[in-house]
Design a protein around this ligand. Structure first.
Ligand code: ITT
Length: 184
């Protein structure tokens, strides 16, 4: 199965989940045109339609957004841009004095045998006032999952995968792929 992403961290997290499933995972490190849409579902879907124009093997990609309800859902579909511009420190300033609750949403789009199937995962938590940790990427240093004390950047990949947005979406994808295999 091919994973299309330009992001090494995403590949590492997803590869850790495929490990031991018997399904080989190949990383196609490729930056594709991300069509701006209002939802993570639509960005993921439209990106998949774009990539399948030139990649005819089965593959999947995913889009992830960080949603802060007290900021009317911002940055949501603009998470890449916000991360690359004001970064997590800018986001921390925006939530100062506001409800800090936030959630990550990952939507995987699988292109297989002529159709596209989506798998989603959500992780609820809050934006911390202090950045902590050095693992992970993006907004990980300022995101504390519900019921936890550590930020995502203070967790090893396997722990993050156990309950993260991406971990949940990937585990449903893996279940689906296994269900397609001929019964032995
Ligand atoms: P692709 O090539 O797969 O599109 P990307 O890095 O552009 O890689 P996204 O558009 O899905 O990925 O991600 C939007 C932003 O959200 C991205 O810049 C990350 O910084 C951030 N992000 C995504 N997943 C995250 C996670 O698990 N933890 C923290 N930040 C994350």
């Amino acid at each position: 199965m091919i994973l299309v992403t330009s992001n090494r961290h995403k590949f590492q997290e997803i590869a850790a989940m495929f490990h031991g499933t018997g399904i080989p995972l190949e990383w196609r490190q490729m930056k594709y045109e991300e069509i701006q849409e209002d939802t993570t579902e639509m960005i993921s879907y439209r990106s998949c339609v774009e990539v399948r124009k030139y990649l005819h093997d089965d593959f999947f990609l995913e889009d992830t957004g960080l949603y802060v309800p007290s900021l009317y859902g911002f940055p949501g579909p603009y998470s890449s841009y916000v991360n690359a511009t004001i970064g997590y420190a800018g986001l921390q300033r925006l939530v100062e004095g506001k409800d800090r609750r936030a959630y990550f949403k990952t939507v995987i789009s699988l292109s297989m045998g002529g159709s596209i199937t989506q798998f989603g995962g959500i992780l609820r938590g809050e934006i911390s006032s202090k950045a902590r940790g050095t693992t992970g990427f993006g907004f990980d240093p300022v995101f504390i999952p519900e019921g936890e004390n550590l930020t995502l950047a203070e967790m090893e990949i396997d722990l993050k995968n156990r309950f993260s947005h991406r971990g949940r979406a990937v585990s449903v994808l893996i279940e689906y792929l296994i269900s397609l295999e001929p019964k032995r």
